[in-house]
Design a protein around this ligand. Sequence first.
Ligand code: C2E
Ligand code: MG
Ligand code: MG
Ligand code: MG
Length: 278
Amino acid sequence: IHARSERLPARGFSRADQSALDRHRRLDSDLRQALSRDQLRLLFQPQVDLSDGRIVGVESLMRWEHPELGLVSPAEFIPLAEETGLIVELGRWILDRACSQAVAWPVPISVAVNVSPVQFLRSDLIASVEAALSRSGLPPERLDLEITESSRVTDPSRVHDVMWHLQKLGVHLSIDDFGTGYSALSHFRDLPFDMVKIDQGFVRDRKSESDRVLLAAIVELARKMGKQTLAEGVEDAETAAILRAMGCTFAQGYHFGRPLPEDALIALLLGQVEKQSA
Ligand code: C2E
Ligand code: MG
Ligand code: MG
Ligand code: MG
């Protein structure tokens, strides 16, 4: 996770800075009530097997429908929730929601939930995951937790321990936005996880030869470490073909589907079932 929150520049305080600060304060105070006022939604973005295009999972992505400001992006409110610690409560809500929704879907695909590094340090994440699984009855192998490398996680041994416990529960662990973080590669060698999610930056900027070399090297590295690979931000068929040729297993992106409300996802899954039985 990158430090996305506004930092006031040294050059003085402009009108734009003031309005950014006002918005920050407004969102900060309203976010506390967003949960109780039922303003948070989960969307689900398809994750496909590159060999046949079948949907094998979805990623849960949060949306905030603010009554006056409209749709607020998670890129804006998640960092706020991390600063205030509210992410712990939000995180529990998402886990519960995602698991209880997924258990009722017509096809037993996996459901991925983003976990903030703050949840690793400040909350009893393991207990929250166990509770979400037992309340919903979702088999643990259908839950995929996406973990982001972070400069803020100052205690790698704690992260390691929590991941180890989660893996013992039987949940699937993915490293999100791989390649953009701050951690050294040696750190990954020691972490227990199942899949590398290659950041969309590497996937979309493959115009130059050096970009393609980097992308191919990441796929190869993950494969040699015995990890699954999923490419994020795949927006066209050509990119999908290149990734498949490189040996990447899974993909996610607008080419395969945008983040969808649950009813649209279910319709898509039912269509897939029909096609297979036809
Ligand atoms: P992420 O986990 O890396 O999620 C992928 C982001 O890329 C999503 O943005 C998704 O809508 C977007 N995306 C997917 N395919 C494409 C594509 O083909 N092209 C382009 N340009 N973008 C694509 P979104 O939904 O705005 O979420 C942004 C970030 O906010 C997420 O990045 C994640 O870090 C965070 N986030 C979202 N929901 C949650 C949540 O429930 N909990 C936590 N802790 N973080 C969340
Ligand atoms: Mg993610
Ligand atoms: Mg990502
Ligand atoms: Mg991201």
